[in-house]
Design a protein around this ligand. Structure first.
Ligand SMILES: [Mg+2]
Length: 384
């Protein structure tokens, strides 16, 4: 007979149960069609699913979410809710650790980590709301502005659509950084890749930073050969030139090429980032708070990177990264990802303005991360 989750956690030395407790956990699933077919080197999609977690205590509600399979909500409902309900709101790292232990036999990577992350973020939001503080103030600010970069440029876009999107970020909103997808069809269309990069440079002008993301589509030597041409176009960020599982390959490409090599978006545990940094695989670490274990683990990943002399960049879900990003010294930027920005603007009030190239979380005095679900709009997209 197994002990209930809270008792199991207490055996490992839980903090004393003080302060308000979590009263309830709820989930909701929203699926939003893309505004055009979207694709990168190794995947294509026509809709995106957001899995929302709400945690309640003392009349307040905290919300967190992750992007992923609808089954993520089942993990929250069937495995994690019972771990979190009844726990003190103040001790978010203890709740995170209890969830981590509870999923040992289910397997933490993948959608289980997404479920855990959504709840961790909701708990941080709930704590800040109960204290009446912006989340960045609760975490402790390290900076006022958080730089962002426009991210999209899907391989499925035609020339006109790519040009329009890039100009909207750089000329329209004053964001001096933009990224496009390359490595089309598993790296089998390098001529079109380079043609699109050349066009992207013309769209953003000479002054803006230009980034590319191959989503693991190239082979090692192919990436090194291509990087010389990317350098000719002033590309300074080469994301996932090969699979992010190939740490040796990433390290070789980093050593052999001019653009910074970045990876880490599939990190579901802290040790994943430790291995990536120890291998010298990245010039800038990416981490996704909606996958890696929430804000609790994202902040630890940032500290690991800092100790290795590397900056961190927030991957996707930009409104959930803004507050923790403002709390770390070694931040490079956040990914202002077209697909997620569109969904977050659609479903939530309290979104941030990236005008000028930075967001400023907490400056309007909102409690928590400041997002509230627009129930009226969201209902039309609800799928679970
Ligand atoms: Mg990427």
């Amino acid at each position: 007979m197994s002990a209930p989750p809270c008792a199991a956690a207490a055996a490992h030395g839980d903090p004393p149960m003080t302060g308000p407790r979590v009263d309830g956990v709820e989930t909701a699933v929203f699926t939003v069609p893309t505004d055009a077919p979207e694709g990168d080197a190794t995947l294509a999609w026509e809709s995106t699913t957001l899995v929302l977690a709400r945690v309640r205590s003392a009349g307040a509600t905290g919300i967190g979410y992750t992007y992923g399979a609808p089954a993520t909500a089942l993990v929250i409902d069937q495995q994690l809710s019972a771990v979190v309900v009844g726990r003190p709101v103040w001790d978010v790292p203890a709740a995170n650790e209890a969830m981590n232990r509870a999923v040992r036999n289910t397997g933490r990577p993948g959608l289980v980590a997404g479920a855990l992350s959504a709840l961790d973020i909701a708990l941080w939001d709930l704590k800040a709301r109960l204290l009446g503080l912006p989340l960045v103030a609760l975490l402790g600010a390290c900076r006022a502005g958080v730089p962002v970069y426009g991210s999209g440029g899907f391989t499925t876009y035609d020339a006109e659509r790519q040009d329009r999107q890039l100009r909207e970020w750089v000329a329209g909103q004053g964001i001096p950084r933009a990224k496009i997808k390359i490595g089309e069809s598993w790296g089998t269309a390098p001529d079109r890749d380079l043609h699109r990069v050349a066009r992207a440079r013309r769209s953003v002008g000479d002054a803006a930073e230009l980034y590319v993301d191959a989503n693991g589509g190239y082979t090692r030597k192919q990436a090194i050969r291509l990087a010389r041409h990317l350098d000719d176009h002033g590309v300074t960020w080469f994301e996932e030139p090969v699979s992010s599982d190939d740490l040796t390959g990433l390290a070789q490409i980093s050593a052999a090429t001019a653009p910074d090599v970045a990876a880490g978006e599939y990190g579901y545990t802290l040790s994943y980032f430790g291995h990536m940094l120890q291998a010298g695989a990245v010039d800038c670490l990416q981490a996704d708070a909606t996958r890696c274990g929430g804000i609790t683990v994202w902040l630890r990943a940032a500290a690991l990177a800092e100790a290795a002399g590397v900056q961190i960049s927030g991957h996707c879900a930009p409104h959930l990264h803004a507050h923790p990003a403002a709390a770390v010294p070694n931040l490079r930027h956040l990914e202002w990802f077209h697909d997620h920005v569109r969904i977050e603007n659609l479903l939530f009030d309290g979104v941030l303005d990236p005008g000028g190239g930075s967001v400023h979380p907490g400056t309007s005095g909102e409690a928590g991360h400041g997002l509230t679900l627009r129930e009226d709009r969201a209902e039309a997209y609800r799928t679970g």
